[in-house]
Design a protein around this ligand. Structure first.
Ligand SMILES: [Zn+2]
Length: 406
C-alpha cells in the first residue's frame, strides 16, 4: 500500500518561503544588476542555470531563444503543472538610485521580471524539498522575450507543453509583480485579465505639390487628421461598451515645411481589446475607416497590422482557486478580486489559450508610496517592494502542490 504524505500546511509553507527570502532577494538583485532585453539573454540564462544546478530538476535550454525549461518530478506519477517566470528586461535607463541598480546602460528590469525568476526558482526550492508530497511533475517555464518579442510562443513551438513525455501540461500559473497594488496582495479575476494588443500602421498615398494649390494635389494631411477622428468616432459608435476597445494613434508623420503639400502621410497606433471577436472586429474596422476615408478624398491607404499578444484569459475555476489559496496562505485581506482587467498585454496569453490556468498580480508598492500613484511598471523610477517576494514564492509553490496532490 502506498503511504500518502500530508501536504505542507499554509503556515509552514509561508514560513519556509520567508526563511528562504534572503536567497530569493540575492538572486533577484543579481539579475537586476545585469538586465538583458529580448529573446537572447545569455547572462540571465547562465544565472538561472546556476541557480537550478543544485536542485533535482531536469533542465533543457531553448534552441531558438535563451529559454530554460526545468522538470521537477514528484515521488508519484500524476499530471504535469506549469509555473512560469519571465526573465527579460526593458530598453530603458534606470534612474532609481538603488544600490543594486542596473549596471547595463539603457537596460532595466523595469517590469519586475527579475522578481518573477527569483520567486519561481525560490518556489522550485520549496517544491524540491517536498517531492514526496507531489504526484506528478512541475514544469518550470523560464522565458525570455515577454516584452513584445513573443518569447512564450517560441517555447510552445519548441514543445514546452510536452516537456514531460506522456504527461502534457494540464494546468498553468504565473505571477506578475506590480506597484499598482499594496505589498503582498494577490490580485486576480476570472476571464479577461489583460488585453490583446495589436499595432497598426497606415500609409496614405496622395499627390504632393505647391501649398497654394491644394486642388491640384491630393493632400494627405487633412485626411490623416480625419482618420484619427473617424477612428475615435468608430470606437464610440460601433463598439459595445461592455466588450470594449481602445484605439490610440500614437504617431503621425507628414511633410517637411510650410509651403509644400506632401505626397504621403504615415500614422501608427495600437488597438486594445478584451475578446477575440472584438479584436477581429476592430482590426477590420480600423482598416476600413482608413481605406474609405482615404478613398473619399482621392487618396489610397495601405493598412498594415502587426499582430501582438492575444487576450490573457484566466480560467474561471483556476482564478477562484488562486484567490482561495492566496487567502488561506496570506490571509483573506491579501486575496483581492480585481474588478476590471488591465489594458496592457502579456504573452502568458499563449499558454492560457492552450491549457486552463491563471495569472495573478502580486502587489509590491513600497510602504512609503501610494499604490497607483507610485512609479509604475515600465517607469525608469519603479521600485518593487521585496517584502512581497515570500508571498509570491509561497503562492507559486502552493499552486503546484495543490494541483499535484494526487
Ligand atoms: Zn511584465
Amino acid at each position: 500500500m502506498l503511504k500518502t504524505v500530508g501536504m505542507t500546511d499554509d503556515a509552514t509553507l509561508l514560513a519556509a518561503a520567508r526563511a528562504d527570502a534572503a536567497w530569493v532577494v540575492d538572486l533577484r538583485r543579481r539579475l537586476h544588476r545585469r538586465p538583458e532585453v529580448g529573446l537572447h539573454l545569455p547572462q540571465t540564462q547562465a544565472i538561472v542555470l546556476e541557480a537550478l544546478a543544485d536542485l533535482p530538476v531536469e533542465v533543457t535550454t531553448g534552441t531558438s531563444t535563451s529559454s530554460v525549461v526545468g522538470v521537477l518530478r514528484g515521488a508519484r506519477s500524476g499530471p504535469t503543472y506549469l509555473l512560469r517566470g519571465d526573465m527579460d528586461a526593458l530598453p530603458l535607463q534606470e534612474d532609481t538610485g538603488l544600490d543594486f541598480a542596473s549596471e547595463i546602460p539603457g537596460a532595466m528590469h523595469a517590469c519586475g521580471h527579475d522578481t518573477h525568476v527569483a520567486m519561481l526558482l525560490g518556489a522550485a526550492r520549496l517544491l524540491a524539498e517536498r517531492r514526496e508530497e507531489i504526484a506528478g511533475q512541475v514544469v518550470l517555464m523560464v522565458q525570455p522575450g515577454e516584452e513584445g518579442h513573443h518569447g512564450a510562443r517560441y517555447m510552445l513551438d519548441e514543445g514546452l507543453l510536452d516537456a514531460v513525455p506522456g504527461a502534457p501540461v494540464s494546468g498553468a500559473f504565473a505571477i506578475h509583480i506590480s506597484t499598482a497594488f499594496p505589498t503582498g496582495t494577490v490580485n486576480v479575476r476570472p476571464g479577461p485579465l489583460m488585453a490583446a494588443a495589436d499595432h497598426f500602421r497606415i500609409t496614405l498615398q496622395g499627390a504632393g505639390g505647391h501649398a497654394s494649390t491644394p486642388h491640384v494635389t491630393a493632400d494627405p494631411v487633412p485626411v490623416a487628421a480625419e482618420i484619427v477622428l473617424a477612428l475615435q468616432a468608430m470606437v464610440t459608435r460601433r463598439v459595445d461598451v461592455f466588450d470594449p476597445a481602445v484605439v490610440t494613434v500614437g504617431h503621425i508623420a507628414a511633410g517637411t515645411t510650410n509651403n509644400i503639400i506632401p505626397a504621403t502621410a504615415f500614422l501608427e497606433g495600437t488597438i486594445r481589446t478584451l475578446s477575440a471577436q472584438r479584436r477581429a472586429d476592430v482590426v477590420a474596422r480600423v482598416q476600413r475607416v482608413a481605406e474609405k476615408v482615404a478613398e473619399a478624398h482621392d487618396l489610397t491607404a495601405v493598412f498594415e497590422r502587426v499582430e501582438g499578444y492575444p487576450v490573457t484569459v484566466n480560467d474561471a475555476v483556476v482564478a477562484g482557486q488562486v484567490e482561495a489559496r492566496a487567502a488561506a496562505l496570506l490571509g483573506t485581506e491579501a486575496a483581492v478580486p480585481m474588478p476590471d482587467p488591465l489594458m496592457g498585454a502579456e504573452d502568458f496569453s499563449y499558454v492560457l489559450e492552450r491549457v486552463p490556468g491563471a495569472m495573478a498580480f502580486l502587489g509590491a508598492c513600497p510602504p512609503d508610496l501610494e499604490p497607483g500613484s507610485s512609479p509604475g511598471n515600465h517607469s525608469n523610477l519603479v521600485v518593487f517592494d521585496e517584502d512581497a517576494l515570500p508571498a509570491g514564492t509561497a503562492l507559486y509553490a502552493r499552486m503546484a502542490l495543490a494541483a499535484l496532490s494526487g
